[in-house]
Design a protein around this ligand. Structure first.
Ligand SMILES: [Zn+2]
Ligand SMILES: [Zn+2]
Length: 308
């Protein structure tokens, strides 16, 4: 017999879908055309976030167990039935772990790049949709653009989602280095979710075995704080004020990074735009509140800082 908590987690949520717990913007009515983001959690143990526009939602990465994703969705006032699709950036477990079960249980289509489907983590997904890096297609009311990123997976991609109102969200989860293609794909965003994996010195002097240090720091590994800062600097350079109003620092290593250091490094890169750009930290254990861009209200503050 199934344990009671199993039944609870997969039963329909009692709360209405828009009654979220977290975030300064969660409870007020949302103007049409706004874009919202809810990060379920981020780090080397699992990554997932919900993008929402015009009341339609897509899950970007499913790097926790299906049960844990359902639990965390509830913390944001969501039920899995509120989602229309899952998009997986690459097949590594911390991005794809829950995709198969979630898709099966809630009949959700899963989108991933063609070669990703040969991986064990995705092979048994029944509602599989393939795309090629570089493809553009419509999904859950978003115009979605995928682009290749350097990382040691089969065919990893970054994503840009554009809402019907023209608000643009970019996601680069695992990124070995910034290429011209990545830079071009991420121009003119309103919100950027960016890997900020490690502090180079902490990685160098930390406890990881040497081969793993080399892998993380390689061009097919993960983006350091200074790498993320350089990318941010490039994106805001020349624009006054820059369109980019929100940056979410993603995939911080609990071992080789410190949220304060990551945030300060990226703030410095913003220079004079630091006041008009909100930086939100993410962590492994708990979701962020709902983040909203495109509302007519001024951005008042950064979200509370969390530890990784
Ligand atoms: Zn990866
Ligand atoms: Zn990852």
């Amino acid at each position: 017999m199934a344990r009671p908590e199993q039944l609870d987690l997969f039963a329909p949520a009692a709360a209405p879908a828009d009654r979220s717990l977290g975030g300064a913007t969660s409870s007020r009515p949302r103007p049409p055309g706004s874009l919202r983001l809810f990060v379920l959690g981020s780090g080397s143990g699992g990554n997932a976030l919900v993008a929402e526009a015009e009341g339609r939602r897509v899950l970007l990465d499913a790097g926790f167990s299906a049960r844990e994703i359902v639990r965390r969705l509830r913390l944001g006032g969501l039920d899995p039935r509120d989602l229309e699709a899952i998009v997986v950036t690459h097949e590594h477990g911390d991005h794809a772990r829950g995709a198969e079960q979630l898709s099966k249980r809630f009949k959700l289509p899963v989108w991933a790049s063609a070669h990703s489907w040969t991986a064990r983590s995705l092979r048994r997904v029944e509602r599989a949709h393939r795309f090629q890096p570089g493809d553009r297609f419509e999904l859950a009311g978003f115009r979605l653009h995928s682009f290749p990123v350097p990382h040691d997976a089969r065919q990893p991609v970054g994503l840009v989602l554009e809402s019907a109102a023209g608000l643009r969200l970019g996601l680069v989860a695992d990124l070995g280095r910034v290429t011209r293609q990545v830079l071009e794909a991420l121009t003119d965003l309103d919100l950027l979710v960016l890997e900020c994996n490690h502090d180079e010195r902490m990685l160098e002097t930390g406890p990881y075995p040497w081969p793993l240090k080399r892998r993380v720091a390689s061009d097919l590994g993960h983006l350091s704080n200074s790498g993320a800062a350089r990318l941010i600097g490039e994106l805001v350079r020349g624009a006054s004020p820059p369109r980019l109003s929100d940056i979410v620092l993603y995939h911080l290593s609990a071992t080789n990074n410190c949220p304060v250091l990551a945030r300060e490094t990226c703030l410095r890169a913003l220079g004079r735009h630091a006041r008009s750009t909100r930086i939100t930290m993410t962590c492994q254990e708990t979701p962020t509140g709902w983040l909203e861009v495109g509302s007519q209200l001024p951005l008042r503050h950064e979200a509370p800082e969390r530890t990784a």
